[in-house]
Every structure is written in C-alpha cells, then in structure tokens.
Design a protein around this ligand. Structure first.
Ligand code: F6R
Length: 265
C-alpha cells in the first residue's frame, strides 16, 4: 500500500484529483471505477477543474460506479445515479452510454448484479477504482463480514451505515436497506485502487485498513492484498496510524518519492 498523508484536507483532495487526472491524460479511454458519498463531492469538483485546465476530455472514458440503492429509480434525487449526474456527469463531456451504475430499479436485483459484472468484464476491467471508506471499514457497500472474494451482489446495509446515509435524505425519509454493490473480489480485480479518506471520523477505520489484520471484519483491509493500492489521507484521517512517521518519511507531505530522489535528498 502506498500511504500518502497530505498537509490538509484540500491538499488530500487535490492529490487524489491529480492522480485521477494523470490516468485520464495517460489513457483517455480509461475505465474508471467511481464512488459516491460526501468525501467524493469536492474530489469531483477538483478533478473536473484540473482536467478542464489541462484541456482533457472524458469523451472516451468509461465509468462503473461501485453501488446503487435497490428500489430507487435513477430519477430519484437520493439515488446514486442522480448524485453522479449532479456532481460529475452533467459537468463533463462523457458519453452517457459509457457511464454505468447498477440499476437499482431492476425487477430482479440479483440478475442485475450478475449482469453488471458482465458489463465490467466486457469493458476490459477497471483501470483505476476510486474508493471511499465507511466508519465501519466498508468499501463499496461491502459491510463487515462480507466475503473477501465476493462479487457484485445484493447487500443489506448495517444500522450504522443507514444512519450515516440518512443525512443525505430529507427529514422523515429513510434510505433503502438494500443495495447492489460491487464485491470485494470485484474491487480487487481493478488494475489500480485509489482510496480517499478525510476527517477524524474515518481515523479508526483507516488504521484497521492499513495496519490491522486482513479480515472480513474490516472489508477495506482486503486492499492490503492489492498490488497497486494508493491511500490518500488528510492528517485527521491519518491520526490513529501507528507508523505515521514512516509513511511521512517515505512520502513527505504525500508526495511521490523515488529511490533517485531519496538519494539526492
Ligand atoms: C459510496 C460508497 C461508500 C462510501 C462510504 C463513505 O459509493 O461506496 O463506501 O464511499 O460510505 O461515504 P462518505 O464519503 O459519505 O463518508
């Protein structure tokens, strides 16, 4: 795992946005795995701004989101389809036919989950998967005890995730209990993973992900198996890490370092 601890929250968002932009520049036809949630809102803003400054186009990019609520049509204001339109797709030149999310309104969610896996495979797999982390260590909506080899499927959200997600729903409206989510096995097949975590509320989950035992009790810890996983953190999200000094020594202020650079330092 590459652990990049940035100087503040804005720097972490900027760092992650630059990593996404680097991939788009290097391979305009990239297949991106995308995430939703509060953490990602400023990330999309920044990515759009940087790509715009560089004159990069998303017209050839393809995207697959991690998850969607079961029972919410794409038009529902709290659906992840709607979130993606608002924070990303409406603001870039992506071909909508290439922007995929699981269909939460599908009559047979299990069949839809399976078909979604097929769509990812047909696109040639995911080049770079963007990931957020839940306070309980979930990635996508793979809640604790999810199989570390799981595939895209129907999942039941935990009470704590429902409470966290309720903040995005109008008062009195509760989020659906079921979601379709990419599995941990699906996520691990991405050629590269980029997890962004900000804020003290994520600090314990981040510590378990990076320094804890690999366990279904903390689904994000499965990223320890991934050969190319980059974790971008602000100081608050990094505050429980025991080896923080080491990560900061290897990547000062979250910067890349090379053996040559280290020699010259
Ligand atoms: C959403 C997703 C979730 C979120 C996680 C963190 O697509 O996959 O795993 O990334 O729940 O959400 P925020 O950023 O709202 O704390």
């Amino acid at each position: 795992m590459k652990v990049l601890i940035c100087t503040d929250t804005n720097a972490a968002i900027d760092r992650a946005a630059h990593l996404m932009t680097d991939r788009l520049r290097d391979k305009p036809k990239s297949v991106f795995g995308l995430a939703t949630g509060s953490t990602m809102e400023p990330l999309y803003d920044r990515w759009i701004a940087i790509a715009g400054d560089e004159g990069l186009s998303f017209a050839r990019a393809r995207t697959f989101n991690l998850d969607e609520y079961v029972g919410l049509p794409a038009s529902h204001p709290q659906s992840y389809h709607h979130y993606m339109e608002r924070f990303f797709f409406d603001r870039i030149d992506i071909d909508r036919a290439n922007a995929h999310l699981p269909n939460g309104a599908a009559p047979d969610p299990a069949a839809e989950a399976k078909a979604y896996e097929g769509r990812i495979a047909n696109a040639g797999g995911i080049d770079l998967q963007l990931i957020g982390i839940g306070r309980n260590g979930h990635i996508g909506f793979n809640e604790p005890t999810s199989s570390l080899t799981s595939r895209t499927r129907l999942k039941t959200l935990t009470r704590s995730t429902l409470e966290a997600n309720a903040a995005h729903f109008p008062p009195g409206e509760t989020p659906p209990r079921y979601v379709i989510t990419m599995g941990i096995g699906t996520i691990l097949e991405s050629r590269a993973c980029l997890l962004l975590a900000t804020g003290a509320g994520k600090a314990e989950a981040v510590e378990r992900m990076i320094e804890g035992a690999v366990s279904a009790a903390c689904p994000a810890s499965a990223l320890q198996f991934h050969p190319s996983a980059t974790i971008v953190l602000d100081p608050e999200a990094a505050s429980c890490l025991k080896l923080r000094d080491y990560y900061e020594q290897v990547h000062p202020a979250g910067r890349e370092t090379t053996v040559e650079g280290a020699r010259g330092a």
